[in-house]
Design a protein around this ligand. Structure first.
Ligand SMILES: *[C@@H]1O[C@H](CO)[C@@H](O)[C@H](O)[C@H]1NC(C)=O
Ligand SMILES: *[C@@H]1O[C@H](CO)[C@@H](O)[C@H](O)[C@H]1NC(C)=O
Ligand SMILES: *[C@@H]1O[C@H](CO)[C@@H](O)[C@H](O)[C@H]1NC(C)=O
Ligand SMILES: *[C@@H]1O[C@H](CO)[C@@H](O)[C@H](O)[C@H]1NC(C)=O
Ligand SMILES: *[C@@H]1O[C@H](CO)[C@@H](O)[C@H](O)[C@H]1NC(C)=O
Ligand SMILES: *[C@@H]1O[C@H](CO)[C@@H](O)[C@H](O)[C@H]1NC(C)=O
Ligand SMILES: *[C@@H]1O[C@H](CO)[C@@H](O)[C@H](O)[C@H]1NC(C)=O
Ligand SMILES: *[C@@H]1O[C@H](CO)[C@@H](O)[C@H](O)[C@H]1NC(C)=O
Ligand SMILES: *[C@@H]1O[C@H](CO)[C@@H](O)[C@H](O)[C@H]1NC(C)=O
Ligand SMILES: *[C@@H]1O[C@H](CO)[C@@H](O)[C@H](O)[C@H]1NC(C)=O
Ligand SMILES: *[C@@H]1O[C@H](CO)[C@@H](O)[C@H](O)[C@H]1NC(C)=O
Ligand SMILES: *[C@@H]1O[C@H](CO)[C@@H](O)[C@H](O)[C@H]1NC(C)=O
Length: 838
């Protein structure tokens, strides 16, 4: 994009500011994104819809619309591509070699003067048929109309979870609406004119290449007179997928014709078909899609194939109910909207924003500046993050690196679910979204079965499991990957759902904790009687060493979850609990203050003051964890480590975390300049109660540079972009989903604590920036099964109401504001505790 054009565009924007306003159907609350031009770039302009199973990106075209499609389980690779694929593991016959290699690696690290090894190649395995999440082609919809387009607008309605395009052409005003319904499992594209007159002829077709994505050409046929069937393979060889799409159309004043036009013959190979609708005043196309992937077939009993049934039969019945003749379009839409609102509510946030209905979303973003901000746009980014999570998480698989939206057959970083998956769900529990079951099923069915094999072969550990990640049960060794069970514990801590905990949560936590009992080994580098992991590294940082702060803090938190959840689990394996508690006492806690006051990233001091790495690995216990935030000297201090008693005070630990955070920079480091690292930093600054730094970094993520007309980390469609200045930037969803979590962490905090007898500390407005002087939160959720309503004005809280779930256990809760205790209660089922604050 050229410099001159950009400046001119901005100038025009300025002068046209009163010449336009949000389209008539746009929510008056301002809760949506709107534009005055059709989308050009997939990652910068298209607007996403999804129901978890299916995703679609809508460009907002007029007479020609090419909606890009996704099916959540459509992946290349795995056993579909290579029958010998084994999750990146060594062969069982190699296990004694592995055990020797592991011993040698540990010995080398322990004996090295700097506690390091250059590489651990001998235990690493090639990625094999790891594959990639793949785009599933395009739905092409045309209208037989020509002529000048006027009164154009498109928008995403965040109240209804729908996208819309309106325009006038050839004396008609058209409206196209799209959404993906979770209750029906289908997506719908609806077309009408505001005059309820007859529409020009409509067609629907499918294409695998618009542009070239690498998806092989599928068979496109007529399933029946009004239904298109698309069947293809994602690659050769690769997984089978199918779409079925059916038209329904009406016209109160005339006959409607729906025709499926089949061209070519399957015997000759070239098959294509399209649907033609004439005479309709209203027409809607409903599509469903699926693959032969089956997560329930990812275990040893199924030989880890992940191969299930041909999706055709289940899609046919899904489509039949989604297009049942007794359903009106309005009833399908309202079922969708009600369902979406049920996931989003009762939580609601006001930052005191006033909607700006005179500037389109891209204009708001273009005018956005670090430290100055725009409360309305920040509120939109908050709501949009929750919209994207609701629209991508409620399928069989969890929200991946691009949610469920990806265009190509091969996507950056395979679009997978490793480190980013943690951030994806940061905001879920606290805003009461029931969206985590796909995440836990994924841990249970994708990771655990193959992960037991990895534990055995790679580590010679015969209990529990480990993963180094992904969808076909890739658990084999890769550097940089870590596993966090915090979300599992958190779900129980927020809900007190004992039945879930006993059947799914506890077995996951116990499995990973069991593995770590054996993974912790005596530290033979410092010989200080502590237990450490080795080898380890900080995610995406080079040194392969021992006792990485990240791993030690996470294992300590995991072991606490075991103690906290043991009783509710109904487990009687007291030997396991005792071993966890004894090893927890002995283990290095991963908290050490270094020579320049920093929190050390590794037990051997290697930290550099100039290391502005994107990850904040050693601060995992500040946010989202609590090993630093809820530091307790009586539990984490006292060890004689490396000749020194580590009996820091909480203030000392937090000061060290702050020094590390300062030196880690503002998330524009030489190795990346992405939104997610700013969201994480902003959340950490909020945790430290520093509103200025919180807002600085948060707002920097949406800053626009006038000169390049480039937004720091978000595109005009508010997608978080890895490389926004590129003409075709990469979408990474984690900043979208981390942003709301960071915002919330500035308004309300109730971090986890090491044990259930430690009071929960709830802090009101810990880092409220001056930009948000008044506002309110309704229906936030905190640990212990508590809902919170909070109001503030003049930069101070005015009222807070805590309502305890009926099934809550007795927890001691203390409410703080500005370093003062302003309230407190012990939770009992159904309790309401109201505070009015002077
Ligand atoms: C694996 O662990 C078992 C139990 O600790 C031990 O007896 C065996 O020698 C180990 N195998 C190898 C190859 O080191
Ligand atoms: C498209 O519209 C033109 C002009 O109204 C008409 O002549 C033509 O037959 C239409 N084509 C189809 C496929 O309906
Ligand atoms: C639009 O309406 C005008 C005035 O009635 C008429 O002259 C013109 O032909 C119409 N255009 C189209 C494309 O129908
Ligand atoms: C359809 O509605 C638009 C505006 O809503 C109007 O300009 C146009 O004349 C109407 N066309 C017909 C055929 O009624
Ligand atoms: C099928 O037809 C549509 C619409 O004409 C076209 O875009 C698509 O490329 C065709 N597909 C194949 C495989 O020819
Ligand atoms: C499909 O359309 C053809 C041609 O219009 C018609 O002969 C046939 O009866 C239709 N079949 C069904 C099941 O509606
Ligand atoms: C597409 O049709 C060809 C020819 O009938 C067939 O060999 C092939 O298996 C079909 N592909 C799919 C995905 O059904
Ligand atoms: C059916 O498809 C063929 C080939 O694309 C095309 O020539 C023909 O006009 C189509 N018929 C209808 C009614 O759309
Ligand atoms: C519509 O019909 C289907 C069966 O075709 C039935 O299961 C469903 O309950 C009906 N829905 C309504 C709203 O009547
Ligand atoms: C830390 O603990 C050790 C051993 O209990 C004690 O000797 C030392 O004075 C303590 N240091 C501080 C700063 O409290
Ligand atoms: C981020 O830090 C770099 C290096 O210190 C500095 O040049 C840049 O201005 C900072 N940006 C923001 C938004 O703070
Ligand atoms: C916030 O952090 C900055 C940078 O470290 C520091 O200068 C400022 O004093 C801090 N503000 C508060 C309120 O702690």
């Amino acid at each position: 994009m050229g410099f001159k054009i950009s400046v001119r565009a901005l100038t025009l924007v300025y002068f046209s500011r009163y010449a336009q306003s949000a389209p008539p159907g746009f929510p008056q609350s301002g809760n949506g994104l709107w534009y005055t031009q059709p989308g050009v770039s997939w990652s910068k302009n298209y607007l996403p819809i999804g129901n978890g199973y299916l995703g679609a990106m809508t460009p907002g075209g007029t007479a020609y619309e090419a909606t890009q499609l996704n099916i959540e389980s459509l992946w290349t690779g795995g056993s579909f591509a290579d029958p010998t694929y084994n999750g990146g593991n060594m062969l069982p016959t190699e296990s004694s070699t592995m055990a020797n290699d592991m011993r040698n690696i540990r010995q080398t690290i322990f004996q090295s003067s700097i506690g390091e090894i250059d590489n651990i190649e001998e235990i690493c395995t090639p990625a094999g048929a790891y594959g990639s999440y793949a785009g599933a082609g395009y739905l092409i919809s045309t209208l037989n109309t020509t002529g000048k387009v006027s009164n154009y607008a498109r928008w995403l309605d965040l109240d209804e979870a729908t996208t819309h395009t309106i325009w006038s052409q050839a004396n008609l005003t058209f409206q196209r609406d799209s959404f993906c319904s979770h209750p029906s499992g289908a997506c719908v594209q609806h077309l009408t004119t505001s005059n309820a007159t007859t529409l020009p002829t409509i067609t629907h077709a499918f294409s695998s290449f618009l542009p070239e994505t690498g998806l092989p050409t599928p068979n496109i046929t007529c399933f029946d007179n009004s239904t298109l069937q698309v069947r293809g393979f994602v690659a050769n060889p690769g997984m089978l997928y199918e779409f079925l799409g059916r038209v329904q159309a009406v016209n109160p004043n005339g006959a409607v014709s729906i025709l499926c036009n089949h061209t070519g013959s399957s015997t000759k190979g070239m098959v294509n078909a399209s649907l033609t609708i004439s005479g309709a005043s209203e027409s809607w196309f409903t599509w469903v899609g699926g693959t032969e992937y089956d997560q329930d077939a990812g275990d040893r009993a199924h030989d880890f194939t992940f191969r299930g049934a041909d999706p055709h039969l289940s899609l046919s019945s899904l489509l039949a109910s989604a297009t049942s003749p007794n359903l009106t379009y309005a009833s399908i839409l309202s079922a969708h909207t009600n369902d979406f609102n049920a996931v989003m509510s009762p939580f609601a946030l006001s930052l005191g924003q006033s909607p700006d209905l005179f500037h389109s979303t891209d204009q708001l973003l273009a005018a956005y500046r670090t430290d100055i901000g725009n409360t309305y746009l920040e509120w939109l980014l908050f709501n949009y993050g929750r919209y994207l999570l609701a629209s991508s998480s409620r399928g069989v698989l969890p929200t991946n690196l691009q949610g469920k939206w990806a265009e190509n057959v091969n996507n950056p970083w395979s679009c997978d679910s490793n480190i980013n998956i943690q951030m994806n769900y940061w905001v879920a529990e606290m805003t009461g979204m029931d969206v985590t079951s796909s995440l836990f099923d994924y841990f249970e069915k994708n990771w655990a079965p193959r992960g037991e094999e990895t534990a055995q072969i790679l580590y010679n550990i015969s209990r529990g499991w480990v993963t180094h990640n992904e969808i076909f049960g890739h658990t084999g060794m890769k550097l940089d990957v870590f596993l966090q069970m915090d979300h599992v514990w958190d779900h129980f801590d927020y809900t007190n759902d004992v039945e879930w905990w006993q059947t799914q949560g506890w077995p996951l936590v116990k499995g990973v904790a069991s593995f770590h009992l054996d993974k912790l080994i005596p530290d033979l580098h410092f010989n200080d009687s502590t237990l450490v992991v080795s080898p380890c590294n900080s995610p995406e940082q080079a040194p392969i060493t021992l006792a990485c702060a990240h791993a030690q803090q996470l294992i300590w938190q995991l072991f606490n979850s075991v103690e906290k959840g043991y009783q509710a689990a109904g487990d009687t394996d007291s030997a396991f609990l005792e071993e966890v508690m004894s090893k927890r006492a002995q283990m290095d806690k991963g908290i050490r203050i270094g020579s320049w006051g920093q929190l050390q990233e590794w037990k051997v001091e290697k930290d550099m003051t100039t290391d502005t790495h994107r990850h904040l690995s050693h601060l995992i216990g500040l946010y989202p964890g609590y090993a630093l935030t809820s530091y307790d000297a009586s539990l984490q201090g006292g060890l004689l480590v490396h000749g020194t008693y580590l009996n820091y005070t909480k203030d000392q630990v937090l000061d060290a975390a702050e020094i590390s955070l300062i030196h880690r920079g503002n998330g524009t480091g030489p190795d990346g300049d992405t939104g997610w690292e700013k969201a994480w930093r902003a959340a950490c600054w909020a945790q430290l109660g520093n509103a200025t730094e919180f807002y600085h970094i948060l707002s920097a993520s949406a800053h626009s540079f006038i000169i390049y007309a480039v937004v720091e980390n978000f595109g005009p469609n508010l997608f978080s972009l890895y490389d926004p200045s590129s003409s075709d930037p990469i979408f990474q969803i984690d900043a979208n989903l981390g942003f709301p979590a960071a915002v919330l962490n500035a308004l309300l905090q109730a971090p986890d604590v090491p044990n259930l007898s430690t009071p929960l500390i709830v802090t009101l407005l810990p880092a409220l920036p001056s930009q948000w002087p008044s506002g309110s939160i309704k229906g936030a959720r905190i640990r212990g099964g508590i809902s919170v309503n909070l109001q503030w004005s003049g930069g101070r809280p005015t009222a807070a109401v805590f309502t305890v779930d009926a099934n809550a256990q007795g927890r001691d809760v203390r409410v703080m504001y500005a370093d003062n205790v302003v309230g407190g209660f012990v939770t009992t089922g159904g309790l309401t505790h109201s505070l009015s604050i002077e």
